[in-house]
Write a protein that binds this ligand. Structure first.
Ligand SMILES: [Fe+2]
Length: 167
């Protein structure tokens, strides 16, 4: 039998992850629109936006299987939004760089959240949640690696734009 504490912590963790992914979705939707000068970044963000929508569905299915209500999801999403609203930078000046740094941090936050949920699966006796959570973790790790590798190219692309503008 799983302890009540393990079950509660797992459900809270799933709701927090759902709020996190809702916020990620909003953030990327804003960024994608403004990233027209950086088409490869825009394309990868668009791809991860679609992944994020699937991640949200995975979390919803896991929560439903545990008997959690959708209204609770909504509340958590709203409260999380206030915490990281500052990450939604307008794309002016060097904001493309700030967005890249923020996305780097955000992806690593997501990785930690999924690792934490995976650690709780056996404790909460939720073995069927493991495969979908692992899929989402892999997607976050791939996105984090991409953002990390993009720091240098996007910095140099930004510099080239500035130099062209100054010339
Ligand atoms: Fe992500």
């Amino acid at each position: 039998m799983p302890s009540q504490a393990a079950r509660d912590l797992f459900i809270t963790g799933l709701r927090n992850a759902h709020a996190m992914e809702s916020q990620a979705q909003e953030l990327m939707e804003r960024q994608v629109e403004r990233m027209t000068d950086y088409p490869n970044v825009q394309a990868r963000l668009r791809e991860h936006l679609e992944e994020t929508k699937q991640q949200l569905l995975r979390l919803e299915r896991i929560l439903e299987a545990l008997g959690s209500s959708p209204s609770a999801l909504k509340d958590m999403a709203l409260s999380f939004g206030a915490n990281i609203a500052a990450l939604g930078h307008a794309m002016a000046g060097d904001e493309v760089l700030k967005n890249t740094f923020a996305n780097n941090a955000f992806e690593h936050y997501e990785i930690a959240a999924y690792k934490s949920l995976l650690a709780l699966c056996p404790q909460a006796n939720a073995p069927s949640a493991e495969a979908p959570l692992r899929t989402s973790l892999r997607e976050e790790e791939q996105m984090a690696a991409w953002v990390d590798a993009n720091v240098e190219p996007v910095t140099l692309a930004y510099l080239a734009r500035e130099e062209r503008a100054a010339a």
